[in-house]
Design a protein around this ligand. Structure first.
Ligand code: ADP
Ligand code: MG
Length: 361
């Protein structure tokens, strides 16, 4: 009986707040029973009003699997101050994981507790992403300085190996040449790594992008064929137009990109490379389309992060290097992907001298 009376009393009083309020609202009586919720609560908790009304509030938190570490302190604070706040992870009625903020305040004149609920999931995931990026860049800087430090002792190792070589017998020479090869390999790895993390000096020249792409495809074709992959190039460009860039760096960009495409196509298939002019802008667009496993949306956000990889033996440095080089050339990258179907990377590079044709010398 009291239930109905209280309900009528508060409903009249707070109806307009219910309609206007952007957060979730729950009215709870002295016994902890939920009397009313607004529609925002239905969308946050992914359930219907009827499921919630009449339920004990703590029972609701149990259903939501709320991890209340400070439940005791929370209740104490609520009694003492008349209001209290907490944040917790929950699982909604339809199973989605969310992070919510709950603020309960006692409504003296109505003998009710008003509970505000805010979905903080988006904010939380943004914070996590920021923390992640920060730790990545710190990690990257640390790794780069370690790589740099390793180079010096390696140079002396190399020097002494060569010195020993002059006096060693045949067996010794064999071992020393193995050591020498391994040092060279380590140096190559370090150079590749430092290229990603340090600014490099560029040699910019004017050249036709289609020749460069053709060279890259010829270079990658044997590796692709071994995995039953065919790479085809389609040119839609005016061959007299050139770009200004570092040929070697751009070559690495397209080698890395085609390598990623090959690695995504374990069952073979086609890689379509298209080079086209953009009619209204002085840019050339190189698109590399594969028929690989595609990239999930959550992964897509991170593929350009240094060290991010989904592969057992990946370095996660390919795309961050690509991003850096294309950026240094004043270009842009667009990625579109469908899981299970394939991925397309589009690289936009500015043409030299805008859209005025340049005479080939
Ligand atoms: P790595 O190849 O060493 O993993 P990259 O920086 O080249 O590092 O790529 C990062 C991640 O981006 C890969 O691990 C993969 O998950 C994803 N990726 C890149 N290119 C493709 C592609 N063509 N198809 C599917 N996933 C890709
Ligand atoms: Mg790669």
């Amino acid at each position: 009986m009291t239930f109905v009376v209280v309900e009528a009393k508060y409903k009249q009083k707070f109806e307009h707040v219910f309609q206007l309020y952007s957060g979730g609202l729950i009215f709870i009586n002295q016994e902890g029973i939920i009397l009313e919720v607004n529609s925002k609560i239905e969308s946050i908790l992914q359930t219907e009003r009827d499921e919630l009304c009449g339920m004990n509030a703590f029972h609701l938190l149990d259903i939501l699997k709320a991890n209340l570490e400070n439940k005791k302190e929370f209740i104490e604070e609520l009694h003492q101050k008349g209001h209290a706040e907490l944040f917790c992870d929950i699982q909604t009625f339809s199973g989605e994981l969310k992070y919510i903020g709950i603020r309960v305040s006692k409504q003296k004149d109505a003998d009710l507790y008003l509970t505000e609920v805010h979905d903080e999931s988006e904010k939380m995931s943004m914070k996590k992403r920021l923390d992640h990026t920060e730790s990545l860049s710190t990690l990257g800087q640390l790794a780069a300085s370690i790589a740099h430090e390793i180079r010096n002792p390696m140079t002396s190792l190399k020097g002494f190996t060569q010195l020993l070589f002059t006096t060693a017998n045949d067996e010794g020479k064999r071992y020393l040449s193995v050591i020498n090869d391994e040092i060279n390999r380590m140096e190559e790895i370090l150079t590749e790594f430092l290229e990603v993390s340090k600014p490099t000096t560029h040699i910019f020249t004017k050249f036709e992008i289609k020749n460069l792409i053709q060279e890259v495809v010829n270079f990658m074709a044997p590796q692709a064929l071994m995995q039953n992959i065919n790479a085809t190039i389609n040119f839609e460009v005016d061959h007299t137009r050139k770009i200004l860039g570092d040929r070697n760096l751009l070559k690495q960009v397209f080698i890395n990109s085609i390598k990623n495409a090959i690695e995504a196509m374990s069952h073979g298939g086609n890689i379509y490379i298209n080079i086209s002019d953009m009619r209204d802008k002085p840019y050339v667009c190189i698109s590399i389309e594969d028929q690989g496993y595609g990239i999930e949306e959550k992964v897509l956000e991170r593929i350009f992060d240094p060290f991010f990889t989904t592969k057992a033996y990946g370095t996660g440095l390919g795309l961050s290097h690509i991003n850096k080089v294309i950026g240094e050339h004043g270009g842009n990258i667009e990625v579109s992907s469908t899981v299970g179907k394939g991925t397309t990377f589009k690289f936009y590079l500015p043409l030299h001298n805008g859209n005025k044709p340049i005479l080939t010398i």
